[in-house]
Design a protein around this ligand. Structure first.
Ligand SMILES: Nc1ncnc2c1ncn2[C@@H]1O[C@H](COP(=O)(O)OP(=O)(O)OP(=O)(O)O)[C@@H](O)[C@H]1O
Length: 531
């Protein structure tokens, strides 16, 4: 046996080709869902982040009879992609326009490439991209694959034609080894949950069985798009500082660098931070030693007077749109939502939003149904390992007036952040970060207090109604007694008068209490036999 190990290095493309499950491509059903997700999330990032009301057309067709190969295509009306970046955007792993500090669905520069890698592992057709950037007079078409060893795009076809219709946006088509029967419910669930959180978008979905579903736009109100911001000093590390300094002009002083490149750092703050670190403010940033960089990071992380990270980079949905989405898709009796104030963890701003829907058409179950969202993406798999689940599970719903064994309750939690702490590149669950967990708990409790007011009120009304219905049962007797006074000896008229009195009294109570047919049935069961 040789004791010599053989060392080689592999490209990022090769790494994700070898480990597709890390990006969510663990089996054909999951891969089909994941590929569709990546395309839909890119489509939405290309629209609402740029102030465009999204219109997303998804079609899935069976492309081969021998193997379960599907053609998955997603069209958007977004900003489009400049033609010179298309090959890298779809053919170079870890290439992205989203490596900036701004809330977007995408953040790794991996998603669509992981789908392309999976696609080309099991069938031979390249990915097709048709795109026209906003205002462009041309429509560009590409067919490409990834050179796995080099982590580079291989372009099979490239063309452009006149953009006759003024279309802007992108159509991406790829061929995927899938398993429709097993992926179907997740895909429908994914689209429905995406629709709940983007009620300002419209979706068309055509599935391989020929079903076409249209989800109409419910509002034209678009949430305020996120703005790109500078990094916050609490979020730095030595490598980030080195990298940022390497992009500066050579003679920039460390004080100028801090003021220019970080949020919430003015002259005075910069001097305070540098004093804490024992660094001369006029020292050239490029001349800082490793030891000084390390001291600077420590002082930036512990300086007490920074403003919290700017929430401008975030884009919440807002309580009104959350309520609209939940109401339209779940038809509950009650819906309520809260958008919490911005908070921060490790220098990243975040906001938690919570929506609660109760009663109505919601199917009662032992546990509440949990709808998890991060940066407007629904998270469907790995529910039990998510911090949201942990918090919901620990809630004592009885304290909020929910006493049934089977609860008709949906809890929706949306985490917005410039950095969502996902547990894996497949983006299916959120890690337990203490600050986030606490904020989710506070958000759910705040929303649950309003639900409690509703439930208490409803219970009170129901009890009052029940009491009054109990009174109703005395009506026949009362009518009979009164009729004896009114008949003036004509006993034969008694039943008629009694009936009239009884109907009048019932009408009175029914109108007064706004009693519905269902309750009237109940009343009938109270009716005592005429004595
Ligand atoms: N439909 C689209 N419209 C506009 N740009 C797109 C579209 N699809 C992809 N892109 C561009 O391609 C880039 C790479 O997309 P990819 O899915 O690989 O990663 P990402 O969205 O940046 O991050 P993540 O891996 O977290 O999804 C995006 O950053 C975006 O700039």
């Amino acid at each position: 046996m040789s004791l010599k190990e053989k060392f080689t290095s592999i490209s990022p493309a090769e790494f994700f080709k070898r480990n597709p499950e890390l990006a969510g491509f663990s089996n054909p059903a999951r891969a089909m869902y994941q590929a569709l997700r990546e395309l839909v999330e890119n489509a939405l990032d290309a629209t609402d982040v740029h102030g465009i009301l999204p219109s997303v057309k998804i079609s899935i067709d069976r492309a081969s009879q021998e193997k379960e190969i599907y053609r998955v295509s997603v069209e958007d009306n977004g900003i489009g992609i400049p033609p010179h970046v298309v090959p890298d955007a779809f053919g170079r792993v870890l290439y992205s326009s989203k490596y900036v500090i701004r809330q977007t669905r995408g953040m790794y520069g991996l998603g669509v490439k992981a789908a392309v890698l999976y696609s080309q592992m099991y069938q031979d057709r390249p990915i097709e991209v048709v795109t026209s950037p906003m205002g462009s007079k041309r429509l560009y078409t590409f067919k490409l694959k990834i050179d796995v060893t080099k982590n580079e795009p291989i372009i099979y076809e490239k063309a452009s034609v006149n953009n006759e219709t003024g279309f802007h946006g992108t159509i991406v088509t790829m061929y995927i080894l899938g398993d429709w029967m097993r992926a179907k419910s997740r895909i429908y669930e994914y689209v429905k949950r995406t629709y709940i959180i983007t009620p300002y978008a419209e979706f068309f979905l055509k599935d391989p069985e020929g079903n076409v579903v249209f989800y109409p736009r419910l509002t034209n109100k678009l949430p305020e798009p996120p703005k790109e911001v500078k990094p916050h000093p609490y979020g730095v590390d030595i490598e980030l500082l080195k990298n940022m300094i390497s992009k500066q002009r050579d003679d920039i002083t460390v004080k100028e660098f801090l003021v220019k490149e970080f949020q919430s750092v003015g002259e005075k703050t910069a001097l305070g931070v540098l004093e804490m670190a024992g660094i001369d403010p006029n020292k050239k940033a490029s001349k800082l030693t490793d030891d000084q960089l390390s001291k600077l990071v420590d002082s930036m992380k512990s300086f007490p007077d920074f403003r919290p990270p700017s929430p401008e980079a975030l884009s919440v949905i807002g309580a009104d749109l959350i309520e609209l989405g939940l109401k339209q898709t779940l038809s509950p009796d009650y819906v309520g939502a809260v958008t919490r104030k911005p908070k921060a963890y490790q220098g990243h701003p975040f906001i938690v939003e919570v929506g609660l829907a109760y009663g109505g058409s919601i199917q009662p179950a032992e546990e509440p149904t949990v709808l998890r969202y991060a940066n407007k993406i629904p998270l469907i798999y790995d529910e039990k390992s998510d911090v949201v689940w942990k918090v919901v599970e620990e809630m004592d719903w009885k304290r909020y007036g929910i006493e049934e064994e089977q609860i008709p309750l949906v809890v929706m939690v949306h985490l917005c952040s410039t950095k969502v702490p996902y547990k894996s590149a497949g983006k299916e669950s959120i890690a337990d970060v203490e600050e986030i967990e606490k904020e989710i708990r506070n958000g759910i409790m705040e929303a649950a207090r309003s639900l409690k007011v509703y439930i208490t009120e409803k219970k009170r009304e129901e009890e009052a109604k029940k009491r009054l219905l109990t009174y109703l049962k005395y009506i026949p007797e009362l009518a009979r007694s009164l009729s004896t006074f009114m008949v003036n000896g004509k006993k034969e008229e008694m039943p008629k008068i009694q009936e009239q009195l009884q109907n009048k009294m019932i009408d009175l109570v029914v109108t007064k209490l706004n009693i519905k047919d269902k309750d009237l049935e109940l009343f009938k069961s109270y009716r005592v036999e005429t004595l």
